[in-house]
Design a protein around this ligand. Sequence first.
Ligand code: PEP
Ligand code: CO
Length: 482
Amino acid sequence: MTVHDPEAWRSKPQAQDVDYPEPEKLHKVLKEIETFPGLVSTTEIDRLSAQMANVADGKAFLLQSGDCAELFSYCNPAQIEAKLKLTLLMSLIIVHGVRLPVVRVGRIAGQYGKPRSKPTEVVDMGGEKCTVLSFRGDNVNGLDIADRAPDPERLLSAYFRSAATLNYIRSWLSSGNADLHAPQSWSFHHVQSEYLQCEFGRITREIADALDFMKTVGATPGDGETPANALNTVDYFISHECLMLEYEDALSHRTSQGLYDLSAHTVWLGDRTRQVDGAHVAFVRSIRNPIGIKVGPSMDAEELIRILDAVNPAMVKGRVTLITRYGAGNIKDMLPQHIRAVQSSRHSGLVVWCCDPMHGNTITSKYNSSIKTRMFSDIVKELAAALQIHAQLENRLGGVHLELTGDNGVTECIGGSMELSDQDLSRNYLSYCDPRLNYEQSLDIAFLISEVLRSQRTGKGLESDAIVRALSQYMDVNLPSP
Ligand code: PEP
Ligand code: CO
């Protein structure tokens, strides 16, 4: 077997490469970043790897979620906390139905780079049409059209903002905020839907009961004792798209076990940078972190296996998560062939299958062609189809990958229990990138996953009327009646 060269990515074609006007300035910045401490530790990365092996085995469920792209300005306590609270709520709802630990991974503390379909865009500058470089994310250039030249100094800001965000996450979680005894403090009061309020009330009462019982039998510490244990803190991992290879490389650290990318616990390859002979695949092959690969409708089944062979030659269970994002209209044609290809390859049972019901379902608003949106019904349709197809092919859906925001009242996706319409979008549309699920829409999805997986677990059919109604609209088969 040939030994893999960790520098091999440098000689391969790099899709979405950034053309810096002053390469020597970039070089200087990267040299400085190389001297910085890693943002995460190798021990934490190994812990996530072990948890991802559990996901592959059906012993845990993956919830990966966050913004499409973070702006540097999102590095503030309110926005970080809102995301954490929403994640805790969603994972509680999912754990309750699935009865498996949830592995929480945020698209956070480094999701500053964006792949673009076009390198330039035409903008209106004082009545004149001008072509400018596309915005590539805060770590490359500015959203302001006068600030589109790539600036390497932005990578330094990206590092420090990632560090500050992660520091806040760590201190918030270790200060009792994730305590299972007080899920009410995770802002459920924002939610207007009576149905969601009622379901959440039921779950928290059941949990309070169970905790009370455990306390009575002496299985948990009583009030006033606060050791960091499973009930009052949680694991939360960070992730971002592995796009700027020079930055990832500068934060990678060689150990006797191999190379670790210390910029995040896990990184994923986007649908535009997953070429089997490209630099991004060569880079992720060389790191020990668990990795994700986006799998879109243009992925051919044979190519998928070649990518798996390339990035997981040692056949490590849970090392690769396939994040499928076909679109509601394509999933039925694409997912079964990809599942069958993996099942009949040597990677069978080793990968985690994760459904991203967001990226194949982006459309433009009927009322404003510059607004991108997603229909909540398409998102549910793709997710429901994924749950159904995996079950039919005796495969396992290991997790979901969602774009969402913890900020209240955001109007970027159409539908959900708030019944947002296309005309509502302009009311509070904050994303400058892809449209995200708002607080309530995210909880709708969590309840849906929880209910479907609970019914698959117990074989009892779906109990909740509202979910049955929601699902029957989107699935082809007749669901068992409650
Ligand atoms: C993303 O996850 O924000 C993204 C750009 O996804 P994809 O690569 O699947 O298009
Ligand atoms: Co996106």
